[in-house]
Write a new protein. Structure first.
Length: 261
């Protein structure tokens, strides 16, 4: 009589924005005890180097225009491998529940009766701004912060009037190719032209760059400095603090153009 293998468990692990020292102890434990590792595009090479060499690890990531596997097929793969008895470590950049589609994977697994453990990670907005010397909130400058993905279901999903007037630090994920749209939408809804902005490229990694400017030149900065993905866009007065807190990481100081707000 053939004995059925017990169902495996899936750990959906947030790997943070790139620096392996930002991994949690629980994340390391999940990686080291897995039978199978499935990892995303934004999981840094330094973190991948920590994967046990005896454990199969497969890339299932997505870049703009390059999806190695459709999300529904990945959900099915996770279910299939877990039902076969594999303990899977699903490694995602940042935090699984912040623009990481971790909720979709957790729902598919839970509906299939599979035990899911979610290990939070440091989301890019928090980790990258900290490394760049840009506090997300600061007394007198920003009483809150708002995280936005530039790749919603439709571009009409965003309330630009609220974003332009809320006096929060705004952090746009996946916004590099939408810089002109972000710039124009905020300006059209009343945000001052000289609002400080920054791009953080390869945040929390050895090749991190921080490019600063003003809202009116946001799109121009992309070409001026050859900014490449992954890059966050930060909008708000807190950007000015980087020159004091982490000046060695700033690639460019503010433009000295004199335009009225």
């Amino acid at each position: 009589m053939q004995v059925k293998k017990p169902t495996g468990k899936v750990s959906i692990v947030g790997a943070g924005p790139g620096d392996p020292d930002l991994l949690t102890v629980k994340a390391i434990r999940a990686i080291e005890t897995a039978d199978l590792i499935l990892f995303d595009h934004l999981v840094s090479e330094e973190i991948r180097d920590l994967f046990p060499p005896t454990v199969p690890a497969f890339y299932v990531g997505k870049k703009k225009g390059q999806h190695s596997i459709a999300q529904k097929d990945l959900n099915s793969l996770l279910v299939k491998k877990a039902l076969a008895g594999k303990n899977i470590c699903r490694v995602k950049g940042g935090d699984p529940y912040v623009f990481g589609r971790g909720g979709e994977e957790a729902l598919a697994l839970t509906q299939a009766g599979i035990t899911v453990e979610v290990v939070p990670g440091i989301t890019a907005a928090s980790g990258c701004t900290a490394y760049a010397g840009i506090p997300l909130t600061h007394r007198g400058l920003a009483q809150g912060c708002t995280f936005i993905t530039a790749h919603g279901e439709t571009e009409a999903d965003l309330n630009w009037n609220a974003l332009a007037n809320v006096r929060h630090t705004l952090v746009f994920y996946m916004g590099l190719s939408k810089a002109s749209w972000i710039q124009n939408s905020l300006l059209e809804h009343g945000m001052p032209r000289r609002t400080p902005v920054a791009f953080i490229e390869n945040g929390c990694r050895a090749d991190q760059r921080v490019m600063q400017g003003h809202l009116y030149e946001l799109a121009e900065l992309v070409d001026r400095y050859g900014i490449e993905s992954p890059a966050l866009i930060v909008v708000g007065d807190v950007v000015t603090l980087a020159a004091q807190l982490q000046p060695e990481f700033i690639h460019s100081q503010f433009s000295d153009r004199r335009l009225s707000a």
